[in-house]
Write a protein of this length. Structure first.
Length: 393
């Protein structure tokens, strides 16, 4: 946490407030295995209270960690902390104010706030921005290799969605997004979930406004393992490398072609107001739902929007997983390298030494940012309906 605050001290824009939530379950005070965490939280609270007046920004600290103040019951963790913070912020903020979400182990550069604000000034119709990310490599060589592989999985997913013009083309990372207050209120805030709250939150936001991937802001999340979460970066790094590859596959071109097929079917249904039960779309959106949409909406853009609400980010992930078949990591890597235009290797990419993998990661990161910038340039030339309705862009 102190390192994160120090990185914000360097921020060139000065008019912002930092909110921090120190939290844990109340029951941890009675658990000998957790008492060290409780004491660490107390030291952090003391540090924040002692030094908050020295920061060039207003610092507000929520204490859900001291005795008698911890979370009770089974509702605790990142989703409750995010929701508690964002509910309080939105209650006292204007509709056009911006909430930027960070984790306590995510570093930023000196233009984090100013560039984030600049993104909304440049794209005032956006409901939320998702930022570029570059995980800090930590631990031994095996852990660093796993982090590079997991990050490659995220970029494979995102680039594939961009390539087929998916309305849900963004990466939901809790420490790498910003949202307008009006959009936060429109979806009734952050959902409470054991994990993946950022995924479900941004999915809801996307259904009321545009979630724009914005490559000009880069955050640097921690690349460390964690058994506390059910999935995500921390959990992914707890698996062996082979298990990581199986659990987080690199989706091949054929998987994204299936996705594109559904998008073409959605456009066909919207324009003709007809559908067939044999459509691939009907495996993910029931014919009853499609019939109801056609009955309730007349305009093609409204029909398309409603269909994309049903065939959402979660259904997209189900489609990609279902289309995998037998998974071969070497074939998937070769397909991904060919699709991105990066140099194809005759050997398994993951057999290369760590410095070579780090260089590959850097190239992939820059490739992704350039690709997003081109998509944004295209988006700026499109009409206003692209910002209002769910459609392929």
């Amino acid at each position: 946490m102190p390192r994160v605050l120090e990185s914000l001290v360097q921020e060139t824009y000065k008019n912002f407030v930092v909110w921090v939530c120190i939290n844990q379950p109340e029951s941890w005070w009675n658990d000998p295995n957790k008492i060290a965490v409780c004491e660490s939280n107390q030291r952090l609270l003391h540090f924040l209270q002692s030094f908050k007046s020295t920061y060039p920004f207003e610092l507000r600290v929520l204490d859900y960690a001291s005795r008698g103040k911890g979370w009770s019951g089974d509702k605790w963790g990142a989703s409750l902390a995010r929701k508690t913070l964002m509910d309080l912020i939105s209650a006292e903020s204007g509709e056009e104010d911006i909430i930027m979400s960070l984790d306590a182990d995510t570093l930023v550069d000196e233009h984090y706030v100013s560039e984030g604000m600049g993104g909304f000034l440049r794209f005032p119709r956006a409901a939320a921005l998702t930022f570029a990310y570059y995980h800090k490599l930590e631990g031994d060589e095996n852990l660093r290799k796993s982090m590079i592989r997991y990050e490659t999985y995220l970029r494979n997913y995102f680039l594939g969605l961009l390539n087929v013009k998916s309305p849900y083309s963004y990466v939901p990372i809790g420490s790498a997004f910003a949202v307008k207050v009006w959009a936060y209120k429109a979806v009734r805030g952050m959902p409470l979930r054991a994990a993946g709250e950022d995924f479900y939150f941004l999915q809801k936001v996307r259904q009321v406004g545009f979630v724009l991937p914005f490559p000009e802001v880069v955050v640097y999340p921690a690349g460390r393992l964690s058994h506390r979460v059910l999935f995500g970066t921390g959990r992914a790094l707890t698996y062996s490398f082979d298990e990581l590859c199986q659990r987080y596959p690199l989706f091949r071109s054929s998987s994204f072609q299936k996705l594109q097929e559904i998008y073409l079917e959605i456009q066909e249904v919207a324009s003709t107001r007809k559908f067939e039960k044999g459509m691939l779309l009907c495996k993910y959106v029931s014919p009853a739902h499609i019939s109801a949409i056609l009955e309730n909406y007349k305009q093609p853009r409204h029909i398309e929007h409603a269909l994309h609400i049903q065939f959402n980010a979660l259904e997209i992930y189900h489609l990609l997983k279902n289309s995998l078949g037998f998974y071969d990591e070497k074939i998937a890597v070769a397909d991904f390298l060919e699709r991105t235009g990066l140099e194809r290797s005759d050997n398994n990419l993951w057999d290369k030494p760590l410095p070579a993998l780090e260089e590959f990661r850097k190239k992939l990161f820059e490739f992704e940012r350039k690709f997003v910038r081109k998509k944004i340039e295209l988006l700026q030339r499109k009409n206003k309906s692209w910002w209002k309705y769910l459609t392929c862009w």
